[in-house]
Design a protein around this ligand. Structure first.
Ligand code: PMP
Length: 446
């Protein structure tokens, strides 16, 4: 086994790669001393944060950063309604789900009301990884198979089972022998042709599985292909993919950790953009606006046998505090019409970015839905330009705007601001972006 540090995460800070202020250097060393070697920091010059409010993160010295990357604090950092709900519930009752309690039922009913009627059960976990792990366990139980189909550069989480179907973790985290990859939509082919790439991939993967004597358990897809490079179009084709896996005896799992809770601006759930009814849906990240709450939603017929035969208990999952936080999040998304805001701000930002693409040829494509936006950065021949992408991400950080990158070629800017983004934040973002774009020589501080 190689002992070299994995640098497959394009935007990971690499110790010793750039000079840091002394105090930061000391913090980085202290961090590695206590946390060990597995953690990664972002940016060539990491950021040190001690407070968040709305769309802003602050350093202890009072520097502020516009957070255009956070899909956890989807309502904005330190949202008062969520903070108060957590504090109120924690001071009254914070125990597990083996007693009758109203909080988990009130929240579950409200959450399920956002799904198509056939999705009528919910189970709670503490992370998106755990939700995918549970969904996979149920899929194996229900189908008697083990085979999984995932997109080429998917990320679904960190448990032993789930990391084996998360190819974006890089070559040091091998895929399972039961895992088969399909290409994500190719953005330079439009409409039906892009969809056909994925759908043909599913056929090929199912054939390959059959040839190896592996029975399919599930096709799992992040409904907006986040780590594959953010592909919001074409829509609707995942319904055909679901049909294919079902015809082969497997289940369709919609991973909504990224695309759920209104992020795409027009639908609460990303799978709705594809007109597909999933067997299982997994959720996490923004569900508690920073409080660890995640889970699965399912058609009850899918989880019934599993539940009858294998009891489910998760010490923290769905406890009263988690449900209070999640309830405050859902209420706020609905009462403040944040999905509409995500659509309006997302449209405005994409329009401005597309206008820049006329002047800056390194912008190969601007795409996305709502406030999940991908900007593809390319060289003259449209080949992925990872170096320029890294320069832009770090240049934005130096200007106080936080984004990152994704995609198989590490060349898609991943822009994912809180759903409360306002026109003035779009202005700040675009001004910073144009400043960096227009100074290609600037690799260092601005
Ligand atoms: N699925 C997707 C699509 C994700 O983006 C992530 C997290 N980035 C996960 C699952 C895993 O969630 P968690 O980090 O809460 O375990």
């Amino acid at each position: 086994m190689s002992s070299a540090r994995d640098t497959s995460m394009a935007n990971a800070f690499i110790p010793g790669s750039s000079p840091l202020p002394q105090t930061m250097e000391a913090l980085v060393e202290r961090r590695e001393r206590v946390l060990g070697t597995a953690y990664r920091l972002m940016y060539q010059e990491p950021i040190h944060v001690s407070r968040g409010e709305g769309v802003w993160l602050f350093s202890p010295e009072g520097e502020k950063y516009l957070d255009a990357y956070n899909n956890v604090s989807s309502l904005g950092h330190s949202h008062p309604a969520v903070a108060q709900a957590i504090a109120r519930q924690a001071s009254v009752l914070a125990t597990h789900t083996r007693y009758l309690q109203d909080e988990i039922l009130d929240y579950s009913e409200r959450l399920l009301a956002t799904f198509p009627p056939a999705i009528d059960n919910v189970m709670f976990t503490c992370s998106g990884s755990e939700a995918n792990d549970l969904a996979y366990r149920i899929a194996k139980y229900q189908t008697g198979g083990t085979g999984v189909i995932v997109t080429e550069t998917a990320y679904h989480g960190i448990t032993d089972a789930v990391s084996q179907f998360s190819p974006s973790l890089g070559p040091n985290v091998p895929l399972g022998a039961h895992v088969f990859k399909v290409p994500a939509p190719d953005n330079y082919r439009l409409g039906a042709e892009a969809a056909a790439i994925v759908l043909n991939g599913v056929d090929v993967a199912l054939d390959a599985m059959a040839a190896r004597g592996i029975k399919p358990a599930a096709l799992i897809v992040d409904s907006i292909f986040t780590s594959d490079g953010i592909f919001a179009e074409p829509r609707n084709f995942l319904a055909a993919a679901a049909q294919k896996i079902r015809a082969a005896g497997g289940l369709y799992i919609a991973d909504e950790v990224q695309s759920g809770f209104g992020r795409t601006g027009t639908h609460m759930w990303g799978f709705e953009r594809h007109n597909v009814l999933p067997d299982l849906v997994t959720m996490g990240k923004p569900m508690g606006n920073g409080f660890p709450v995640a889970g699965i939603a399912a058609q009850s017929q899918i989880i019934r046998e599993f539940g009858l035969n294998a009891r489910y208990f998760n010490t923290f999952g769905g406890n009263a505090v988690a449900c209070a936080a999640a309830m405050a999040v859902l209420e706020t998304i609905q009462s403040e019409r944040l999905m509409d805001n995500a659509r309006q701000m997302g449209d405005a930002l994409r329009l401005r970015l597309a206008a820049l693409s006329a002047r800056y040829p390194q912008i190969g494509d601007v795409r996305g839905a709502g406030l999940m936006i991908g900007v593809e950065i390319v060289a003259a021949d449209r080949a992925p330009d990872k170096t320029e992408t890294t320069r832009l991400v770090n240049g934005m950080r130096k200007r106080g705007v936080l984004i990152s990158s994704c995609g198989a070629g590490h060349n898609v800017l991943k822009i994912r601001p809180p759903l409360i983004f306002q026109p003035e934040h779009v202005d700040i973002f675009v001004a910073a972006f144009e400043a960096i774009l227009s100074r290609p020589e600037t690799a260092g501080p601005l």
